[in-house]
Design a protein. Structure first.
Length: 256
């Protein structure tokens, strides 16, 4: 079996913005999927969901985006109808529960870390990515499998930063995992970076789960600054059964 972890980012990695409550936290959410399962089940069922509610044209596939869906913005204007919204949310939540995947979310308090460490060893994104990929490695070890990594494209320098961060992990490992272990389990030394616009089901799934997962972690820390949307609260209930667990240890949630 070959796996892929699809990564979505919430927040920004700029330490200078950490005093702003709206930018204090950076989180990465990774969704681990068997690539055969993506091809046979996840992608077809996701496309069927879009066809049922939004009737996209084959030449212009619809890409699920949490923010636009929340506000019923095009191409999700049908969700402005309360009846359609309720039916769509029910069906999407059912699929989120039935689909087979594991979640790892790492959330960083940038303000705390800036104040704690005089010398910053890694930039915030690299630190979160390192913690996440250690857990992904544990998953691959447990499954005796190999896999690769795909993140949502941000464009320009941001994508260059993502790729360089992954390359450093491949070459040097982390404080807790030597490079050889990553190299033995990861099938590529290069991070795959793709825009959601190319209609990648795994990235869309990560987008749907990233905000609810981050908000659950912040709520557990007493740091959530806003009230969760009803759909997000229901998604959190689904997520609790999807976080990666090994034995009695929950590796799928980490606040740092």
């Amino acid at each position: 079996m070959k796996y892929r972890i699809y990564i979505d980012e919430v927040g920004n990695p700029d330490l200078g913005s950490s005093d702003n409550p709206n930018h204090r936290y950076l989180s990465l959410t990774g969704v681990i999927l068997d690539l055969d399962y993506v091809r046979r089940t996840l992608h077809p069922q996701m496309e069927a969901l879009k066809q049922r509610f939004f009737e996209p044209h084959p030449d212009e596939p619809i890409v699920l985006r949490r923010k636009e869906m929340l506000h019923a913005a095009e191409p999700f204007a049908a969700l402005a109808d309360a009846t359609v919204r309720a039916e769509f949310d029910t069906e999407l939540l059912r699929l989120l529960q039935e689909w087979q995947y594991s979640v790892v979310t790492v959330c960083l308090d940038k303000k705390h870390h800036r104040e704690t460490y005089n010398t910053w060893r890694y930039d915030p994104y690299h630190y979160c990515l390192a913690v996440m990929l250690e857990r992904y490695l544990f998953f691959l070890d447990e499954a005796d499998a190999r896999g690769d990594v795909m993140a949502e494209a941000r464009g320009g320098k941001a994508d260059t930063r993502l790729k360089a961060s992954f390359e450093r992990l491949w070459q040097a490992g982390t404080d807790y995992v030597e490079a050889g272990r990553f190299q033995a389990r990861f099938t590529s030394r290069q991070l795959k970076v793709k825009p959601k616009a190319v209609n990648i089901a795994g990235l869309q799934l990560a987008d749907l789960l990233a905000h609810p997962s981050r908000d659950e972690i912040l709520a557990e820390q007493g740091a959530l600054q806003r009230t969760q949307h009803e759909f997000a609260r229901k998604a959190v209930a689904v997520l609790r059964a999807k976080y990666y667990v090994s034995g009695t240890k929950v590796y799928g949630k980490k606040f740092i």
